[in-house]
Design a binder for this molecule. Structure first.
Ligand code: C2E
Ligand code: MG
Ligand code: MG
Length: 445
């Protein structure tokens, strides 16, 4: 297809709205749920403009990027609504279109209203396509979106020209690690270092990390063990016309994602407080009675009829909520689901202490000390406390240090014996590798 033919094809596409959107789920491992869906645009099938890459390249060339963007957004919002998808809608936006003079601010908000999508449920994915000189303009435009209630994600982190500067200046809610760092991560220690550093920076800046482009089980396992909670890629689910709604159908079974890093410890069993939970229909009055009857009770998990957690009630936030004028009169007879918090940390029993610690520290500072919910196969098992987690990790580190070989700092005999006994007691195959370095003295010196 010549450029002229492509331009005329683009003309046709824009004139007839000949675009459609497919959706790829982004899953949360800890919640075993779908956080949301990324909308990806497709041009007419059997056309070279089927791929969004070609489509956007030619629109950019024709100076019709904003027009195409708007049409894509319209298609994505309409379809998201038609399909009745729940969770967040991730929308790609090229920053250069924000800077085009015919960019119409406020259009997206109106469009969302038409399709009944709340801005707080939308994440604007920002992709850097060209070196952006005017940071100020980009910054202003994004703060404008944020002020309208949108979340912001920095897409393809590490692939652009100035990803880190954008990250530090724009403070996005999500960062999506470029596929380059995910591809073959199980074989490449340097890629693992990069992802590890991204996790640290995200924890410091309170951004959530999404790893995209996961194609292999091995990549998935490494990321899960490193504590990356939000995942996207062909291995989990390809972009689809009618994407799945239940993470259980697309995530690998729990025992196959069980963390190898948790081998040293006994998983989360040691942290579990098998605290009774309450049902969503329990009245606020009954919950208050429960807190009054037991002064050591700080937190109650709220469950649905299938024993799955749907919220949490903390003593301090409940009392605060009820102190507001007329709140006691309004809420005491109402179900607790009206006052419970939906912002809580939920982890599976099979996760490692390290994973839980990372998830906990990536939460907002004031939430770090709150109890978290532990589930087994998605059902409520009990509560965990941040303090206990900290103690267990510290104990483990002390044990490691105590038994480490003073010369090499490698695990000494005690942890090796412990690990061997564990392997022998497990019903799965294990491989032991024994390396004897002969004439060690020259190495030592
Ligand atoms: P992106 O936003 O980084 O989207 C991810 C791309 O990776 C998508 O390609 C998706 O199909 C693909 N992908 C997902 N999982 C895997 C995987 O496991 N392996 C591999 N190799 N690829 C995977 P797609 O749909 O061709 O889109 C390409 C790019 O086009 C997107 O990259 C995005 O930058 C842009 N794009 C797509 N739709 C829109 C849109 O409506 N507006 C804007 N501004 N850009 C869009
Ligand atoms: Mg994207
Ligand atoms: Mg991307």
């Amino acid at each position: 297809m010549t450029v002229t033919e492509q331009l005329s094809a683009l003309d046709n596409i824009l004139a007839h709205g000949d675009l459609h959107s497919v959706f790829q789920p982004i899953v949360s491992l800890s919640q075993r749920s779908i956080l949301g869906y990324e909308a990806l645009t497709r041009g007419p099938s059997n056309s070279p403009l089927h791929s969004p890459i070609n489509l956007f390249a030619i629109a950019r060339q024709a100076g019709r990027l904003s027009e195409l963007e708007l049409a894509c957004r319209e298609s994505a919002c309409k379809r998201f609504n038609q399909l009745g998808l729940s969770g967040k809608l991730f929308l790609n936006i090229s920053p250069d279109s924000l800077m085009e003079p015919d960019h119409k601010p406020g259009c997206t908000l109106k469009m969302l209203q038409t399709h009944g999508i709340a801005p707080s449920n939308v994440v604007i994915e920002l992709t850097e396509h060209s070196p952006t000189h005017d940071f100020q303009l980009l910054d202003t435009a994004l703060h404008h979106y944020r002020a309208m209630g949108f979340n912001i994600a920095l897409d393809d982190l590490g692939a652009g020209y100035s990803s880190l500067r954008l990250w530090s200046e724009l403070r996005p809610d999500f960062v999506k690690i470029d596929r380059h760092f995910i591809d073959g991560i199980h074989l490449d220690p340097v890629k693992r270092e990069f992802v590890g550093s991204i996790l640290k920076m995200a924890s410091a800046s309170h951004a959530e990390v999404i790893a995209e482009g996961i194609e292999l089980g091995e990549e998935f396992d490494v990321l899960a063990n490193m504590g990356v909670d939000l995942l996207q890629g062909y291995y989990i689910c390809r972009p689809q016309d009618q994407p799945p709604r239940d993470a259980g159908t697309i995530l690998p079974r729990e025992d196959s994602t069980a963390d190898h890093a948790s081998e040293a410890s006994g998983g989360l069993q040691e942290l579990l407080h098998p605290q009774k939970a309450i049902r969503q229909h329990t009245t606020t009055c009954q919950v208050l009675d429960a807190f009054r009857a037991d002064s050591t009770l700080n937190t109650l998990a709220v469950l649905d009829d299938q024993d799955q957690p749907i919220g949490i009630v903390h003593r301090h936030s409940l009392s605060e909520a009820l102190l507001k004028p007329f709140a006691a009169e309004i809420f005491t007879r109402k179900p607790i689901s009206r006052l419970m918090s939906e912002d809580y940390l939920r982890v599976e029993m099979s996760q490692s202490l390290q994973q839980v610690s990372r998830l906990l520290t990536s939460r907002a500072r004031q939430r770090i000390e709150e109890d978290f919910i532990i589930t087994q196969n998605g059902r409520y098992a009990g509560l965990g406390r941040a303090m206990d987690l900290l103690k267990l990790i510290t104990d483990e580190k002390i044990q490691q240090a105590r038994y480490a070989n003073p010369l090499t700092q490698l695990p000494g005999n005690v942890p090796i014996q412990k690990r061997l006994s564990k392997a022998l007691s497990e019903p799965r195959e294990a491989l032991i590798c024994y390396v004897d370095i002969d004439h060690f003295k020259p190495f030592n010196e």
